[in-house]
Write a protein that binds this ligand. Structure first.
Ligand code: HEM
Length: 298
């Protein structure tokens, strides 16, 4: 059952939490990822938030591009193919995997675990990607801009932190918008998973008893929400969408009801996350190595 919130002239929102409804609407040509900014003050403010996610020469970051954007689809295909080399990538990321496994076991790491995670994600693209506390702050700034309230967003823009963060992320990503997306936005899902793995490892005999697969199932997290716009009014099945509504998919809430581990990545859909296989593989390897370290210390 969708939840609708309408305040004329201010906002028109419709939230979806059921996996089958989300998949049906996601697949419909009635909704788009790009936002027109029309229909209310809130719609305008969300469109302004989305508008900054483009390179200086105008290329829009992939998760804000429409389905039939040819460059988006080409980048998605190429990245998915590159990320299919799971064993090669696990070998490349061995230092970060080992550092995160140690963190899960002991709660200690020689750098903040979020920085290690950002570097691990960046090294999926460039083997010499180097994250720092400053680059992680930049990722946080962009995440806060996207999901935080209007006062925080205003201040980030006013004091120049937003532009500095964008410049830093896109600079480190060498202009690659998929890398920028992954190291600024997608990485926060992995930060949550690693924190949950640490909590799991501290309790009971979990580190000894849970297999990597069980640990991944218990700690994988999807984005809380992704946003679309219904441009023209109409219906998808028996769901009525009004023109200019913002359509919010509550992906994490829906994932919890879905039996499909790929749901949180839209793994069988046009907008599938190119990292749908490598992310669970990385988390599984980190848990496995944490188990090995803890067995050595018994
Ligand atoms: C736990 C980790 C992750 C989760 C749960 C996740 C989930 C998702 C979801 C749900 C989308 C679709 C968003 C939408 O349609 O609005 C998406 C898109 C995307 N993700 Fe991920 N992601 C994760 C990590 C990553 C990583 C590590 C990378 C890169 C190495 C990545 C690259 C992308 C890209 C490039 C897109 C845009 C695909 C397109 O439409 O062309 N993601 N991801």
């Amino acid at each position: 059952m969708a939840i609708r919130i309408t305040i004329p002239g201010i906002l028109r929102l419709i939230f979806f939490k059921k996996p089958n409804e989300i998949l049906a609407i996601n697949d419909s040509s009635m909704v788009q990822r790009s936002l027109s900014g029309r229909g209310g003050l809130f719609q305008r403010s969300m469109a302004e938030k989305f508008a900054i996610f483009r390179t200086p020469d105008g290329e829009i970051w992939p998760a804000f591009c429409n389905r039939f954007d040819p460059l988006r689809a080409k980048h998605q295909r190429e990245l998915e193919a590159a990320l299919a080399d799971i064993s090669g990538l696990l070998a490349r990321l061995a230092p970060e995997i080992a550092a995160l496994a140690t963190y899960i076991c002991s709660g200690r790491a020689d750098r903040p675990q979020e920085v290690i995670i950002q570097q691990m994600v960046g090294r999926l693209f460039f083997s010499d990607y180097a994250a720092s506390e400053e680059s992680y702050d930049a990722a946080n700034t962009l995440q806060t801009w996207l999901t935080g309230g209007p006062v925080k967003a205003y201040l980030l823009k006013l004091n120049g932190a937003l532009q500095r963060a964008l410049d830093q992320i896109i600079g480190l990503a060498r202009g690659n918008t998929s890398c920028a997306h992954a190291t600024a936005l997608a990485m926060h899902n992995m930060v949550k998973s690693i924190e949950l793995m640490r909590e799991l490892a501290r309790k009971d005999n979990n580190l000894k008893e849970l297999s990597p697969r069980q640990a991944v199932t218990r700690t994988l997290r999807a984005p809380e929400r992704v946003v679309r716009e219904a441009r023209d009014g109409g219906s998808v099945g028996n769901i009525r969408l009004h023109a200019r509504s913002l359509v919010i998919f509550c992906v994490e809430a829906a994932r919890l009801q879905s039996l499909d581990i790929g749901f949180g990545f839209f793994a069988s859909e046009w907008n599938r996350c190119p990292a749908h296989a490598i992310v669970p593989a990385l988390l599984a390897e980190i848990w496995q190595q944490a188990k090995t370290i803890s067995a050595r210390h018994v």
